[in-house]
Design a protein around this ligand. Structure first.
Ligand code: DGY
Length: 325
């Protein structure tokens, strides 16, 4: 019997690719740069590994009637038409858990960089070569320790962000659809309605999945609630924040600063007005990008792929073979 035909949308580590190629007729898009629409690439497929956020649509499924499994290298699967996959009995895997601490670390990297002007400092010294004498009156930042952090979306990543906040002696508020009283007791954190959280937090970090409900959940009205000294960190998905409203908030002093690991669209257009702001820091979607975590994610995605191709339950499944949740 012929090996299953698999397409991998971005380069994955060689050692994982080699294991997939042992069992599959696998083609990998050779570069991390622009990918042609998957549907035009090499249908029909038995398995698809998506490593990036390229949309996987119902139309694409039409071109691969034998597709058994979509394996996402990542925790978020908002780019996959889950209902269509379920209806067609296609399994869907992702890589939860393994990246929570890593993404929480990056949340803190962004938060601290924004609070303490790390990028303007780099620009001042190394790019603009302006450090001619010690000036005690430049680049004043905001204290992080003993401040209040508001965590919006308290899943595994939010939990890891909260744990780190305790080391900074911060007051931790969180908002989530379903209250986690166990985590409140364990960490000494407090549940807050979104409106209250936005009003009182010095730092607001976003960790919600992208859904209809969370699209533009931080828009003009929400930004207006925030303190003029507050900093917003979005490491969830770009469309969670309305960029026009954010531009207004950052230029009119409604909030002090922001750091985005994700944008709308992604990548953000190079002429987007947000790029010109010095109270905004944008990273190119680096949340889970460490050597160790990316290896683990690729391995988990491979395990999901193999299980799906064999018609077995996925170890990290959103949908199992037959489209079963
Ligand atoms: C995730 O895990 O969802 C990240 O956004 C990387 O794709």
């Amino acid at each position: 019997m012929a090996n299953p035909k698999v397409f991998i949308t971005r380069p994955i580590p060689d050692s994982v690719l080699a294991q997939i190629q042992d069992e599959c007729d696998a083609e990998m898009w050779h570069t991390s740069a622009i990918l042609p629409p998957i549907a035009e690439k090499i249908p029909p497929l038995d398995g698809l590994v998506t490593y990036g956020h390229e949309p996987v649509t119902d139309e694409m499924f039409d071109t691969s009637p034998n597709l058994k499994v979509v394996s996402v290298v990542g925790v978020g699967y908002d780019h996959i038409d889950v209902d269509a996959a379920r209806e067609r009995g296609i399994a869907l895997g992702h890589t939860p858990g393994v990246l929570s601490d890593t993404t929480a670390d990056m949340t803190w990297a962004l938060l601290l960089a924004a609070a303490r002007n790390v990028v303007p400092a780099y620009n001042h010294v190394q790019v603009d070569k302006q450090w001619h004498y010690y000036d005690p009156n430049i680049l004043w930042g905001y204290d992080v320790h003993h401040a209040t952090i508001g965590i919006v979306g308290m899943g595994r990543i939010g939990y890891s962000v909260a744990k780190r906040a305790l080391g900074f002696n911060m007051k931790v508020l969180y908002n989530k659809r379903n209250r986690r009283r166990d985590w409140e007791a364990e960490l000494g954190i407090e549940y807050a309605e979104l409106e209250h959280l936005l009003k009182v937090s010095d730092f607001v970090t976003l960790h919600v999945p992208l859904t209809e409900e969370t699209t533009h959940m931080i828009s003009k009205a929400e930004l207006e609630l925030m303190k003029p000294t507050a900093i917003l960190v979005n490491i969830a998905r770009g469309p969670v924040v309305d960029h026009d409203a954010l531009y207004e908030a950052l230029t009119e002093g409604q909030i002090a600063g922001a750091a985005l690991d994700v944008t709308e669209p992604e990548p953000i257009n190079t002429d987007h007005p947000l790029l010109g702001l010095n109270n905004l820091l944008i990273a190119p979607h680096l949340g889970s990008t460490t050597i160790q975590t990316r290896m683990k994610m690729a391995t988990m995605a491979m395990e999901n792929l193999f299980a799906g191709l064999k018609g077995e339950r996925l170890p990290y499944g959103v949908l199992h073979p037959g489209g079963v949740s």
